[in-house]
Design a protein around this ligand. Structure first.
Ligand SMILES: Cc1ncc(COP(=O)(O)O)c(C=O)c1O
Length: 389
């Protein structure tokens, strides 16, 4: 089966990890700090806090923003559940903003309308998690204008988007947000097996996130509250977790980040090849805004309503040909755990409409020409002349 995503591991990556295994520190050593600095440099941002997943990074981001019971977190219904669950870990209530059909990202106009109503009802969000779906940045300038007017914080869930650009600058530079999150799960752009980071230009948010990722414990005497200054002394200042990244992961991350520009170039080339090879079929795909470069974590096609095959039929037909297509994502509000909170199908029509036709095609730098040709030939055979009269 051709997978929809696959990690890219070189001999150098392996050697780097082996070096760490032979060294004094396999956790809490220098590599993670070096990886944090490398990400900060790459994204042109000031602070980076590593974590053992993007899910953990989203959680510490919400904690640092002091999200708590009685607060609201809003996000996109078209994302992995982690983008919403982070609010619930903090006891906050979660709501969604429907997507724009062309970008598959949160629609700024729908956000503005929803904020207007929420203001009148006294239910404005404290935190908005925007999701750069498949690697394509949201319209951050428009969204940050709304954040200033309605006074909410922005977390960019850029799990898909490291290496992407918005207005000619790296996604994750936090120009229009408080915190950005990246994921390094193996299907993502670069990997640390499991892993994630939170990026910010705010020193205090960085300090808090670092504490929350490590039990809420500090050894920094300058910030001690109990007035005890002994060499063994540490203080727990918040109720945190152990979300630390290991040195093995840090070293792998540094090695992977070294070739990210090549990876992004290859992903963009493949996306362009798909667009050319599939033109004329009853399909559409995400339309990048002119001022952005997608990292192309995913290449998602959406079947037109007039295609003879529906998404389920196409999914099964492609899988039968060993093409490991996937679906990103089932609208979060339709999950049983969210329906129990009162959400129901029909609440976010654009997201649900998108989901009915969405299919992610295999996309990763090592996708061979042979595999690519097999995918597009099979799609053409299944969909050509399959438009109903
Ligand atoms: C948009 C988004 N946010 C968050 C996550 C969670 O990432 P992780 O697996 O690193 O916890 C994912 C993972 O698929 C994701 O796609």
């Amino acid at each position: 089966m051709i997978p929809y995503g696959k990690q890219n591991i070189t001999d150098k990556d392996i050697a780097t990890v082996v070096d760490v295994l032979k060294s004094d520190f396999i956790t809490q050593g220098p590599r993670v700090q070096q990886f944090e600095q490398a990400i900060a440099d790459y994204c042109q941002a000031q602070h980076v806090v590593a974590a053992n997943s993007a899910t953990s990074a989203l959680h510490i981001a919400c904690q640092a923003l002091n999200l708590q019971q009685g607060d609201w977190l809003w996000t996109s219904p078209i994302s992995f559940v982690a983008s919403a669950n982070c609010g619930r870990y903090c006891g906050a209530q979660v709501d969604f903003v429907d997507i724009d059909a062309t970008t598959v990202n949160i629609c700024p106009q729908k956000l503005a309308n929803k904020l207007d109503i929420a203001e009148r009802e006294g239910k404005l969000p404290k935190v908005l998690v925007v999701v750069h779906m498949a690697g394509l940045s949201c319209d951050m300038q428009a969204i940050s204008k709304l954040a200033k007017r309605y006074k909410f914080a922005i977390i960019e869930d850029a799990s898909h988007a490291i290496g992407g650009q918005y207005q000619g600058k790296p996604v994750g530079n936090c120009q229009y947000s408080d915190i950005s999150i990246f994921s390094f799960h193996p299907v993502k752009i670069i990997t640390t097996a499991e892993g994630g980071v939170a990026v910010t230009n705010n020193t205090e948010l960085a300090r808090k996130m670092r504490l929350y990722a490590s039990h809420g414990v500090t050894r920094d005497q300058e910030n001690f509250q109990n007035g005890i200054y002994e060499p063994w002394y540490y203080e727990q200042q918040y109720l945190g977790q152990n979300y630390r990244m290991t040195e093995l992961q840090g070293a792998l991350g540094i090695s992977q980040l070294d070739r990210i520009d090549d990876i992004i170039e290859q992903r963009n080339l493949l996306a362009t090849r798909y667009q050319k090879a599939l033109s004329g079929l009853p399909l559409c795909w995400q339309q990048p805004q002119s001022d952005s470069l997608s990292a192309y974590h995913l290449f998602i096609i959406r079947l037109d309503d007039n295609a003879k095959l529906n998404r389920s039929e196409l999914f099964h037909a492609l899988r039968a040909q060993n093409i490991g297509v996937n679906v990103h994502y089932i609208p979060i509000h339709t999950q049983p755990d969210y329906q129990r909170l009162g959400f129901k199908p029909g609440d976010f029509p654009a997201a649900e409409y998108y989901y009915q036709g969405a299919l992610s095609l295999p996309l990763y730098p090592e996708l061979t020409n042979e595999a690519f040709e097999h995918i597009v030939t099979t799609l053409r055979a299944l969909l050509c002349d399959s438009t109903s009269e």
